[in-house]
Design a binder for this molecule. Structure first.
Ligand code: ZN
Length: 280
């Protein structure tokens, strides 16, 4: 009995020591966050950011927030290069396009995400299980998002950053945002009262677009969109998010209801920033 009492005291002692160090770590972390919130990123990171046209177009208040978020992202997420060397340019540009969609959510930094894997070229998978069906076909992967990891094919991402018509980084991180309420289903974390309207607006266009694609008709406004968006509702949300950030004029003019819903969710007016132009 006496031994048991000593064991209990011993365990409580270690528990309090553990708690004490956890609290110290948390205080240090909060202090560090406050510090990076006040200060601009290191010069080498800032120079890379200044080479991105999209960054230069952001209003000063958003630049300040994204500077903070990028430093946070770079510190917390672990980058792994698969057959490729990770450079500051790769890390900073991925961090920029990952943080851009959440710029209005200052203290959100993808809490479920830990790893970013960078491949140099398109990955070819020979087998993949999709909804319990094993396919032997070759599947080309240009990016992928799971709960705690994102895969980016840098060759593809780099070309898109230069050409500006699409953006695989925004695409994969839109999936991460979507996943943040527990399911990758095309409905991102929204207030309860807004879910119904969001789903109604988005999926009405999704169904129409899908119907057109099945019939092989790409008439009118639907020819402006990539039919990959008809794969499922999660892909529709990710592709529409790409258009919203990279080519907002298309959504604003031809799909104004989608533009409005995405603007309400992302809390940023991308058309106001980019206008008719496509800048990256
Ligand atoms: Zn996708």
């Amino acid at each position: 009995m006496k031994n048991f009492k000593y064991l209990l005291i011993f365990l409580w002692f270690f528990f309090f020591i553990y708690l004490f160090f956890q609290i110290i770590e948390y205080i240090k972390y909060k202090k560090w966050l406050k510090k990076i919130e006040k200060n601009p990123p290191p010069k080498k990171i800032l120079n890379i950011l200044k080479s991105i046209k999209y960054y230069k177009l952001l209003p000063e208040n958003l630049k300040k927030i994204i500077n903070f978020k990028i430093q946070w992202f770079l510190k917390e997420k672990k980058f792994f290069g698969i057959y490729t060397d990770i450079t500051d340019e790769i890390k900073t540009k991925i961090a920029f396009y990952a943080c851009l969609p959440t710029v209005a959510y200052k203290y959100f930094c993808y809490p479920n995400l830990n790893y970013i894997f960078i491949y140099p070229n398109t990955i070819i998978l020979h087998k993949k299980e999709i909804e319990n069906i094993i396919s032997n076909e070759e599947i080309l992967i240009e990016g992928e998002a799971t709960k705690d990891a994102v895969i980016i094919v840098w060759d593809k991402a780099k070309k898109e950053i230069q050409k500006c018509h699409r953006n695989v980084i925004i695409h994969e991180f839109a999936h991460e945002i979507d996943y943040n309420n527990g399911a990758m289903d095309g409905i991102p974390p929204l207030e309860e009262s807004k879910i119904k309207e969001f789903a109604k607006t988005m999926f009405k266009e999704y169904e129409k677009f899908k119907e057109n694609t099945i019939k092989g008709r790409f008439l009118g406004k639907y020819h402006l969109l990539d039919k990959y968006a008809t794969t499922n509702k999660a892909e529709f949300f990710a592709v529409m998010s790409e258009y919203f950030f990279v080519r907002p004029a298309i959504l604003k003019k031809h799909f104004p209801d989608i533009y409005k819903e995405l603007k309400n969710f992302y809390k940023i007016d991308t058309y106001k920033i980019l206008g008719e132009n496509i800048f990256c």
